[in-house]
Design a binder for this molecule. Sequence first.
Ligand SMILES: [Ca+2]
Ligand SMILES: [Ca+2]
Ligand SMILES: [Ca+2]
Length: 314
Amino acid sequence: METGAGFVYMEDSMSNGLKNKKTYYGLMLAMVFIFSSPGAFAANVTLEWDQPATNADGTPLTDLSGYIIYYGAESGKYSQGLDVGNVLMYTIYDLFSDSSYYFAVAAYDSSGNESDFSNEISVTGMRDTTSPVISGVYAHDITTDSASINWTTDEASDSLVEYGIFTSHENASPPDPAPVFNHNMTLSGLLPATRYLFRVSSQDSSGNLSVSDDYTFVTPNLQNSPPVISSFKADPYSGRAPLTVAFTVNVSDIDGNITGYEWDFDGNGKIDAATTTNQISHTYRHSKRYSPRVRVIDDQGGKAESRTKISVYK
Ligand SMILES: [Ca+2]
Ligand SMILES: [Ca+2]
Ligand SMILES: [Ca+2]
């Protein structure tokens, strides 16, 4: 992207025959903006210019009729002339992205009198030579035989995940050629209880490729590992009735999450309360020895139990 500056008047002899009705109006044409969209083989360029207000002799311009964009591969030698009508902005599509282009604009009035050229402006190197920037790589929804991989890129690009057990590139997902910023691919046919290395890659439409670092995920066991209770505490363990006791159970699950806690305060085998948190309080009103029990359930129905003892006296 370049911004035009100053004024360039072209010699009449340098025009190329397209300007057969040229008269020297002093039209103040100045391109103020140019925008190029890089692409693999074709690029688009948008030109914008100011509307002239006066004729060459300084009188007000009242019969402005349109504009012609002149452009070509060499400065001052415009091989193309494009009558774009009475607009102040125009996009030229499908220019060669490897080439340089030089542009100038001229105005014409209703009699066909054409102004001098505006200043010249040029674009070069419109070919995209920058690789996508990959970020935010992560694996999710990991099952015993599949995993989803997400990442983002700073430009639209295609998607590929490579993965393996010994290296990150023993296997590859089927590539997805769709140019996207937010990438998601699902790997299938994985082994359970296996650590996988993986990496992602994205290529833009100009063939610039980026490959991520290596990342890992672990598929779970086919069989659920039940929760493991590390402690089941009562506070206090003894006291006079009525005795309010706070229970806390600490538990872990290596291949899932704890989804529920069931509490049997008197230890009679009947559940008295259920929670989704690992703490609860209960007030004992009768003097007695109790053997309260907790049962912990994981997200695949695996269970673990623990008991403790409470003494309540008069
Ligand atoms: Ca690029
Ligand atoms: Ca489990
Ligand atoms: Ca009970």
